[in-house]
Design a binder for this molecule. Structure first.
Ligand code: NAP
Length: 261
């Protein structure tokens, strides 16, 4: 088998979903058997940790960071004998730690994905240790193209990327809900309010991505002097919106650093 997923919940499941667009040569597993339904839906296989360690060439590690050591410990002898490529998505855990948990030197790619990966709209910074051959990395990147943006990033910056793009969907879902709540308070039906807010967030993001115009200039273009938009912005500033957003990223970054200790 080409790919295996040990742990296939929210994040592992999102990657398996997108990757299954490129290849069906995938085995997944979890503890409870919940991922069996996902395997059936995606037309891929369901197995167990040991079989994946014994048969898969590239293994995604999709368990929570604090469960990684206990999950890898019984697989150590097989992993050290076969040396498959391990792909870790665990927040905070450095490649060095994954190697140690796997019993010694082994090829590792560290990724920091986010849940929109399921739709092929993920942001996935990655880095690799020196044991990953260039042709294997290139082939993996090719298979991962169905997941979204794959971007090389130094390992020392992965925790910061995790705080921004890894956790980011959660922050934006709160913003989406809050904007829609405001519109509902002004009389717009809930479903319309949510759709309008979501399309506005996605359209604004697309405008930045397509033009790379500074967000301040894009904002200025919406604000007429003495108008309603600048009145709304004054409220955001009064409530410390910018500093709340910055503090949010810094708090998530600090937590990622703590998780890796
Ligand atoms: N969620 C995100 O947006 C996100 C973003 C970036 C990175 N990550 C990283 O992705 C990893 C997974 O997070 P998640 O949110 O996907 O967690 P999750 O939904 O709780 O999924 C964890 C998965 O691991 C399985 N599992 C736990 N112990 C196992 C074991 N010993 N053997 C086999 N499977 C085992 C669980 O199975 P059961 O459900 O059957 O217990 C579940 O399928 C974490 O390391 C996290 O840091 C998550």
């Amino acid at each position: 088998m080409k790919y295996g997923f040990i742990g296939c919940g929210n994040m592992g499941g999102a990657i398996a979903r997108a990757l299954s667009q490129s290849t069906k040569d995938i085995l997944i597993t979890d503890r409870s058997g919940k991922a069996k339904a996902l395997a059936a839906e995606l037309g891929i296989g369901y197995s167990d940790n040991e079989t994946i360690a014994k048969t898969c060439d590239r293994i995604f590690l999709g368990v929570k960071p604090h469960m990684m050591e206990a999950m890898l410990e019984p697989l150590m002898p097989i992993l050290q004998q076969r040396k498959p490529l391990l792909i870790t998505m665990a927040a905070g855990l450095e490649i060095q730690k994954i190697e140690a948990f796997a019993g010694g030197s082994i090829p590792v790619i560290r990724i920091m994905p986010n849940t929109p990966t399921a739709l092929g709209k993920g942001v996935i910074p990655y880095c690799a240790n020196g044991l990953v051959p260039a042709d294997v990395l290139a082939n993996w990147l090719n298979d991962m193209a169905s997941c979204g943006l794959l971007d090389p990033l130094e390992e020392r910056l992965i925790d910061a990327a995790s705080a921004l793009s890894g956790s980011g969907p959660a922050y934006l879902f709160i913003l989406l809900e809050a904007l829609a709540d405001g519109a509902v308070a002004c009389g717009i039906p809930r479903a319309k309010a949510l759709d309008y807010a979501a399309m506005t967030m996605s359209g604004a993001a697309e405008m930045y991505l397509q033009t790379k115009t500074h967000p301040g200039a894009l904002k200025d273009a919406v604000c007429s002097p003495g108008g309603s938009t600048i009145a709304g912005i004054a409220e955001l500033e009064r409530h410390g919106f910018r500093s709340a957003a910055m503090d949010c990223i810094r708090a998530a970054y600090a937590k990622n650093k703590e998780l890796g200790k």
